[in-house]
Write a protein that binds this ligand. Structure first.
Ligand code: CTP
Ligand code: MG
Length: 240
């Protein structure tokens, strides 16, 4: 399906920070019988939470959503229901997360200066973390990721037996939203995407400097049904 465009391109093109919201995964591990982005979170599709939050952020000028195949129309309807007026295009995602980002990136204006990439699977994105990642993108780095320190002991395991205990010093667990200089992200996505688990790793492969800022425990990814319950509880206590 062709990308579905809304609004006039001329209106959007002068704006500088574009967000890509990747929501095209199948949600295999959640197993809700529908794509994860449309699993129910407090009575709404999971996607609604991050979409509403990005749309209402003063830091974000325009949004491109990567939806699962066959779920483009529900994604457009959801954006309309939420009056998420910054949504400029809904594209059909690809086979991997990296493919979905590449497809969405093609809909980002040439004039965008900064691209923020966020997982719909992390519903509780807020302005504080958006401000931290964008604020660190100061011309000395090409990308910025939010991350949390790792406190558990880490071990490499094969066939359920420990191969080694990994030195924890200097290791962090990386989240989204990740912010990039638009041109650097485009260059990174023009290359081979194999093995890329996040956007930053592609920028790193090309020698790009990626800074790390403080993440947020509430941004932990929804992978399983237990994660969904945990986010639902956090939602009760958080300001939308
Ligand atoms: N994603 C995507 N396109 C894909 C795969 C993933 O846009 N082909 C998105 C997901 O929608 C999610 C984020 O990337 O917001 C992180 O992926 P993950 O948590 O692994 O979600 P799923 O791939 O849907 O889940 P699973 O791996 O359990 O199937
Ligand atoms: Mg996945």
């Amino acid at each position: 399906m062709d990308p579905v465009s809304r609004g006039t391109f001329e209106e959007e093109s002068a704006q500088s920070t574009w967000a890509i919201l990747v929501a095209a995964g199948t949600g295999e591990r959640l197993g809700s019988g529908r794509p994860k982005a449309f699993a129910a979170l407090a009575g709404r599709p999971l996607l609604a939470e991050s979409l509403e939050r990005l749309d209402s952020s003063d830091w974000v000028d325009a949004i491109v959503v990567a939806a699962p195949p066959e779920w483009e129309e529900p994604a457009i309807l959801l954006a309309e229901e939420l009056v998420a007026s910054k949504v400029t295009a809904v594209v059909t995602g690809g086979a991997t997360r990296a493919d979905s980002v590449r497809i969405a990136l093609a809909e980002v204006s040439e004039e965008a200066l900064v691209v923020l990439v966020h997982d719909a699977a992390r519903p509780l994105v807020d302005d504080a973390v958006i401000e931290r990642v964008l604020g660190r993108l100061d011309g000395t780095v090409e990308g910025v990721v939010p991350a949390l320190e790792v406190h558990d002991t880490l071990k490499r395991v094969a066939s359920e037996v420990v191969v080694e205990t990994v030195e924890r010093e200097g290791l962090v667990a990386v989240q989204t939203p990740q912010a990039f200089v638009a041109d650097r992200l485009r260059a990174a996505y023009a290359a081979d995407l194999a093995g890329a688990t996040d956007c930053a790793s592609l920028v790193e492969r090309q020698g790009g400097r990626v800074a790390v800022v403080e993440g947020d425990p509430r941004l932990a990814k929804v992978t399983t049904a237990a994660d969904l319950e945990r986010v639902e509880q956090l939602l009760d206590r958080s300001d939308p």
